[in-house]
Design a protein. Sequence first.
Length: 529
Amino acid sequence: MSFNSTPDRMYYYLLLADAANKCYDTLPSDSILQEVADFYDRHGSANEQVRAHYLLGCVYRDMGEAPHALECYHTAIDHADTTSSNCNYRLLSCVYGQMAELFHRQNLPQDEIWAREQSGHCFLAYGDTIGYIRSQELKAKVYTIIGDTTKIIQTILKTHDLYKEHGDMQLAVGANATLAYILLNRNQIDEAKELLNDYEIYSGLFDKSGTIVIGREGFYYIKGIYYIKTNRLDSAEYFMRKLLIRGNEADAYRGLLTVYQQRKNTDSIIKYARLYEDAVDTLNNRKRTEVVGQMSSMYNYQRFQQIADKEARNAERARYNSIVILLCSLFLIITLSYTYIRLRKKKNQKITQLGHDYRQSIHDYNKVSAELEKIKQQDTTLLNDKQNEVELLREKVASIQKKLQAANSSQQLTDFKDSNVVALFKSKSTGSLKVTLPTDAEWNRLIKQFSRSAPSIYTALGRDVLLSSTELRLCILLLLGFKIGDAAILLNTSAQSITNIRCKANQKLFNESTASTLEKNLTNILGRA
């Protein structure tokens, strides 16, 4: 099937899964429903997100992965917008109902009670009174597992009254047999009799001959107990044997054992005690097998093992990638370090060569100057030539001196930039430390390091002018390459104040009454320092 767009495809799979779930048919694969859930997480409404994660949980439920199913149901609940007027409470009741069933199969009674209560709230929210009463009635089974007979009685009586108020007597007597059994054990015979009579009259579970439908044979045992309590042992034996015919051997032999204990028939007591013991052993073995099968159906161990193997492979792949990245990083660091050392060495060689050329030029200049003094009285033409030669040498010396000064100043500034105190100021400007603003001691340390690492630039900055401490600090930051915004942070002032400080510093240093050319003038000062 082709689709015009991704939303169409996602909506199709959502509808397909919803229909399959309602018809107890096979749902789409978990990978498809996961894609649908991811899509609606990004683009869907709250109700669509709830439905997508609920159906994904149903897929995991059918695959035998109860933990994954519960996780999806919890995610569906988290996406629900219960503050919205169009919240789909009917769908939410289904989510809580499925959670309750999984909790019941995992023997988690407290969690099941919570899920049943939440389901009941959802039924009430969209006006399904019968659904609400049913959710409350199902809690009686949970209280049976816990052994809380008080809660069982309260729950059954409450739901009985609610069903009657709603006008449904058949549903109202549905739990009468359970309640009657509890009352019989408490010797409340008359109340139990009334419950059993209503059950037989209104439940709709008996045919004309008084035989109950298949699956509800436990009623015969309760009826037999009633007759034992009222000392009508023949009637009690009749119902116990009727229970035996239906195949419920354990309860039947238990009831018959009680009957013959009342009659004090020793042979029959021994007979039915053995039969009851064998029936209980058989029943326990069958239940253990059913529990193992049920738990196995809830946990797809083979799939879990496949997932674990996949995660192990992913972890190994990640470890291999980490090693490769580490080796590449190490190689890059070594290469950059070698390149830096090589360039530094080449720069130092250039400075050394400039120094040699400077000294040689000074020597030549002094030599020609001496010769010039000797020939001043001799030949005017020769004197002019020598003067021209001296002038050329002077210009050469000045040029080399300027290059040497620029190289030395650049190296000094580089050494200053590599110092620890500059690194400290850079970290403060980016906010990577807790305390952003430098202290006065740190500012003094920065200026001291500047005067020690770049003395010629420091001298050039202070020559024939008197900068304020703030102006000096700003000039140092600008020479280090700090942006105006970072300088404002470090100096704890505004951008407008920074502009005023730049203007004043530019006026004092370069006799220019503007802020915009300060950085350029500071860069040029390297050649004159």
